[in-house]
Ligand binder design. Structure first.
Ligand code: GLN
Length: 487
């Protein structure tokens, strides 16, 4: 019997399905890796050994009865702690939700479970998914497995660190402005944000509902495809989910020859780290060698992306987070009147960044300022949507940087919200437009991972993942963190 390979969900499931891997042994191995390594990394806020082992036994049982245990049979997965799993704490990295447990399981998690995957633990995150470093977690923040002096990125930093540290080959995160692609880039992983509506948001705690989308971390384009195919599709519980059948992305054998690739000029400017620029140039060369037609292109309004994104996400967050008032969920402050209880619960429960966003968003929506701020942002958003539509008339894939640089030091940007917000400069536009995008690892620079970003038109995950697989083939995939077990 071989031990499961923590690098590959495909190989793991294959081993379980053909009897080479015992599902229980596999899960015990994953939990042991968490036990020995996570005291340092803080990727997970907790694990569910009994639940995971029960599922492993169910997979073994299905196999024994000759039933199909699913394409992700026995594969451990970490779930960002803003995604509901029945019976698990759902605290969103916040003190205000202390002790709150979910009574149901998110649609996307349910679909993963139906495909045989096994949720092993809940992953650390920036509070309510607001942040780009993991440091806004109310708990000990997650660290980067490549260098524990560096952040893993955010807000899905715990999910990314869990995969990069080898606890599990895949993880779920969430995206509002780049929270899967940016940590994927910092941790040397593939990270997919699907088309808005492709994955159900039912069971994802709302941050900014018009932008939010569950996303996937993995160590190959193929593993992302396996998860995408298992999870994508409409859901009657989420009215914004896309009802049409998604394209199957697994084994998308699309030729690179003739592929029209646009290199985004805006991501090639001076402020961007030369190693990132080099990654984009290498990706362009690799597409060219594969027979693609590669041309420079431009996303006008790039400079409006960060302000637009921060007006919209704060406005929506200020409304969505109104529900956390001490009456229904989590922690409640002691007080003598209802008003005082609500005020004190929110004051004690929310961290500084969440409060900042509620204040900014309330201001942007307030009478007298709504036209100047919120409505202006909506108009700018329409321009970004149209700019992408125009680009996709001429290109199949857009290539650019995911982030301006590799992982930064813990504490480096923690006291500078604007510096932190600028981390989203190349990612938030895809959320504003709702188009799918993926981070593809592009090797190491001074020991830290680099990534490049590919973007496709709405619903075009198949071509997106095929293009990611092309780069993976020509570059050799994900770098291994020092913590990752080889075999
Ligand atoms: N860094 C961005 C923010 O803080 C992205 C967050 C996200 O995608 N959840 O809003």
């Amino acid at each position: 019997m071989t031990l499961p390979h923590p690098n590959s969900a495909s190989a793991w499931a294959e081993g379980v399905r053909n009897g080479e891997i015992d599902p229980r042994e596999g899960i015990l191995g994953a939990l042991e890796r968490v036990e020995t390594r996570d005291g340092e990394i803080h990727a997970l806020l907790g694990t569910d050994a009994p639940g995971a082992l029960a599922r492993a036994d169910a997979v073994a049982q299905a196999l024994a009865e000759g039933k199909d245990p699913g394409p992700l049979a026995g594969v451990p997965v970490a779930i960002k702690n803003n995604i509901a799993v029945e019976g698990w704490p759902l605290e969103c990295g916040s003190k205000i939700l202390k002790g709150f447990r979910s009574r149901f399981t998110a649609t996307v998690v349910r679909r993963l479970q139906d495909a045989g995957a096994i949720p092993i633990g809940w992953a650390n995150l920036d509070e309510f998914a607001m942040g780009a470093s993991g440091e806004n977690s109310a708990f000990a923040p997650p660290l980067n497995p490549f260098d524990t002096g560096k952040v893993p990125g955010g807000s899905s930093g715990g999910s990314a660190a869990a995969v990069a540290a080898g606890y599990c080959p895949i993880a779920l995160g969430s995206e509002t402005g780049g929270s899967v692609r940016q940590p994927a880039s910092f941790c040397g992983l593939f990270g997919l944000k699907p088309t808005y509506g492709r994955f159900s948001r039912w069971g994802l705690v709302a941050f900014a509902s018009s932008l939010d989308q569950i996303g996937v971390f993995g160590r190959s384009a193929r593993d992302l495809a396996l998860v995408f195919d298992a999870c994508a599709g409409g859901d009657k519980r989420d009215a914004t989910s896309l009802p049409d059948a998604p394209e199957k992305t697994l084994d998308a054998n699309l030729p690179t020859k003739g592929l029209r690739v646009g290199v985004l000029a805006e991501s090639m400017h001076e402020g961007v780290d030369p190693a990132v620029l080099d990654g984009v140039s290498r990706a362009a060369a690799s597409f060219r060698e594969g027979g693609a037609v590669v041309e420079e292109c431009s996303l006008p309004h790039q400079s409006a992306v960060v302000p637009t994104y921060y007006l919209i996400n704060t406005a929506e967050a200020s409304a969505n987070l109104a529900r956390f008032d001490g009456t229904r969920y989590g922690a409640r402050a002691d007080a003598t009147s209802l008003g005082e209880m609500v005020r004190a619960s929110r004051d004690e429960g929310f961290g500084a960044e969440v409060k900042r966003r509620i204040l900014l968003g309330t201001f942007a929506l307030s009478a007298g300022y709504q036209d100047e701020y919120f409505q202006a942002a909506q108009r700018a958003r329409t321009l970004v949507v149209r700019a992408y539509a125009d680009l996709f008339e001429n290109f199949d894939i857009l290539l650019g940087a995911t982030t301006p640089g590799p992982a930064f030091a813990v504490g480096e940007k923690a006291d500078d919200p604007v510096a932190m917000y600028l981390c989203d400069i190349f990612t938030a536009s895809a959320n504003l437009a709702g188009v799918p995008a993926v981070n593809v690892p592009a090797g190491l620079s001074d020991g830290l991972p680099l990534g490049v970003q590919l973007t496709a038109a709405h619903r075009k995950e198949k071509i997106l993942l095929a293009a990611a697989a092309h780069l993976e083939g020509s570059w050799g995939g994900c770098p291994d963190s020092p913590l990752l077990v080889e075999k």
